[in-house]
Design a protein around this ligand. Structure first.
Ligand code: SF4
Length: 192
């Protein structure tokens, strides 16, 4: 067992696969599923259940946050039309990382990180800046590694296939849902 302990924010099970495998070489890792941005709740429950599956099969502890989606909607009000990667995402990611950092600190972890670094669609630099800033504010070390690089994303797809993990087709919030002809709402499609 490694002496350094890290709490990994898990955005979804597929992204957590590669992140966990890389991090466990250096840290004792626990997961934290906190994603109030995911909508609707059935989708949230589905992603959570596959995070539980991954934790059980790979034998690591999984901490679970609450589903405070209403609070999230209030936080991002006024930014509904922002493109992905814009200010809404900045607020969303900061909320999830701050909660992870605070819990990590309370539980005595020295480090925290996020599986968002596995996603092909995310702005790595944005997450890195947010992660370090919150780490300084909460007084806990943030671990940055672009898990998706050097074949990391493709490996996450292979792991997901082997383990039968669900891979979603959109990022999570209502504004990232794929275009639905029935209601005419704009959205985007995002995998991993
Ligand atoms: S698109 Fe994704 S990162 Fe951006 S606000 Fe929605 S759930 Fe959060």
């Amino acid at each position: 067992m490694k002496t350094k302990r890290l709490l990994l924010h898990i955005c979804c099970a597929p992204d957590a696969t590669v992140a966990f495998q890389k991090l466990k070489e250096r840290f004792t890792v626990e997961g934290y599923f906190y994603n109030p941005n995911i909508f609707p709740e059935t989708e949230y429950r589905k992603r959570l259940s596959f995070a539980r599956t991954l934790a059980r099969v790979w034998d690591f502890p999984l901490n679970e946050g609450e589903y405070d989606c209403e609070n999230w909607m209030g936080l991002t009000r006024g930014y509904e039309k922002e493109p992905e990667g814009g200010q809404r995402c900045r607020l969303c990611i900061a909320k999830n990382l701050r909660r992870t950092a605070v819990l990590a600190k309370a539980l005595g972890f020295g480090w925290y990180s996020t599986s968002l670094f596995t996603s092909r669609m995310k702005d790595l630099r944005m997450i890195e800046v947010i992660g370090y800033r919150i780490g300084r504010e909460v007084k806990i070390s943030f671990f940055y590694e672009p898990f998706r690089r050097e074949g990391g994303f493709d490996q996450s797809v292979r792991y997901s296939r082997e383990l039968g993990l669900y891979r979603q087709t959109y990022c999570g919030c209502p504004y990232s849902l794929p275009l639905d002809d029935s209601n005419g709402q704009p959205g985007s499609t995002q995998v991993g």
